[in-house]
Design a protein around this ligand. Structure first.
Ligand code: PMV
Length: 312
């Protein structure tokens, strides 16, 4: 068996982050920034020439434990997007590793099996995880996460009392500009902060419900390819997320810089830092505005495939 090459996309959450923790739907999209991984049998297990270790490469070593009982594996990765930016780099490396392991073992690549193993791997490594990142990296295009099953159901994942129904969501090719604040902010504390607010305030609970209903409206805009409507929903979602306390000055500055040339803009993911996204047909102007305010812009497109084997 020679070298296997796989790739997996990064992701952005289009609408519904945080509210999804309280049972509302969320939409996540794969983007055309990909991580590539090469794998071959070797003499010593390594990643990019360094010995593979559970401490420094937890996602890869846990994936290997799930699907491999053969000899040493030599891996190489290269990624078009930085880790710690909220674009799902750990899910991309996990799903690309699992796909390569299936392939090197002579098995067909199964999306559902990758999504399930990848969710387990993220849970083992992070303690707590939602399947948003791993299911998006696996399936590509777009996914709708809901607490109820509906049309286009892909798979159902549960853990403790939490349940997620992952649905396929058709996504047109859209241009987004991602603006990375440069601040890497862990998800856990942001989720805990919102929970404290929601537990004590009926106003916060109403905000969460409003995010849920605008996410449902967003699905219809995606279906109708209504960019003006979708952009308005994104900007409204940003304001609601700010009320919940998960935006920050750096994110607000990048959103404001993007808005004059965008249909809409919002933070994406858990907030407190990380990245924002803008929906636009003037990506160069938006990228310039983001750069002027100290952010790192990435012009990306949607409607791209999930984890897959590449020809070499
Ligand atoms: O920070 P990210 O991109 O992993 O997104 C977290 C999404 C949340 O809704 C805030 C948390 C969750 O588990 O769904």
């Amino acid at each position: 068996m020679g070298t296997i090459m796989t790739s997996a996309p990064g992701k952005v959450i289009l609408l519904g982050e945080h509210a999804v923790v309280f049972g509302q739907p969320a939409i996540s999209l794969a983007i055309d920034l990909r991580l590539q991984l090469r794998m071959r049998m070797g003499h010593r297990s390594s990643l990019n020439g360094h010995p593979l270790s559970e401490r420094t490469h937890p996602y890869i070593t846990h994936s290997i434990k799930h699907l491999w009982n053969g000899g040493a594996l030599e891996l190489e990765t290269s990624s078009a997007f930085p880790s710690g930016s909220g674009l799902g780099s750990s899910a991309a490396v996990t799903t690309a590793t699992l796909a390569a392991l299936m392939s090197i073992s002579g098995n067909e690549i199964s999306q559902e099996s990758i999504a399930r193993h990848a969710f387990e791997v993220e849970s083992e490594v992070q303690g707590r995880a939602s399947p948003i990142d791993t299911s998006t990296a696996t399936h590509g295009e777009g996914i709708l996460i809901d607490t109820r099953p509906g049309a286009d159901l892909l798979w159902h994942i549960s853990r403790d009392v939490r349940e997620w129904y992952i649905h396929h969501c058709s996504v047109p090719r859209m241009t987004l500009v991602v603006g990375f604040t440069g601040i890497s902010s862990p998800t856990g504390p942001q989720v805990a902060k919102v929970k404290r607010y929601v537990d004590h305030s009926s106003f916060a609970r109403e905000v969460v419900e409003e995010i849920g209903s605008l996410t449902v409206d967003g699905l219809k805009c995606l279906r109708d390819q209504n960019m003006v409507g979708l952009g308005e929903l994104m900007t409204r979602d940003h304001k609601l997320l700010a009320i919940l306390g998960v935006s920050c000055q750096a994110l607000d500055k990048l959103v404001e810089a993007a808005l004059p040339h965008s249909y809409g803009a919002k933070l994406t993911g858990s907030g407190g830092g990380g990245s924002m996204i803008a929906l636009t047909d003037k990506p160069e102007q938006v990228a310039e505005g983001i750069k002027n305010k100290g952010g790192t812009p990435f012009i990306v497109h949607t409607g791209v495939p999930g984890v897959r084997k590449e020809m070499i």
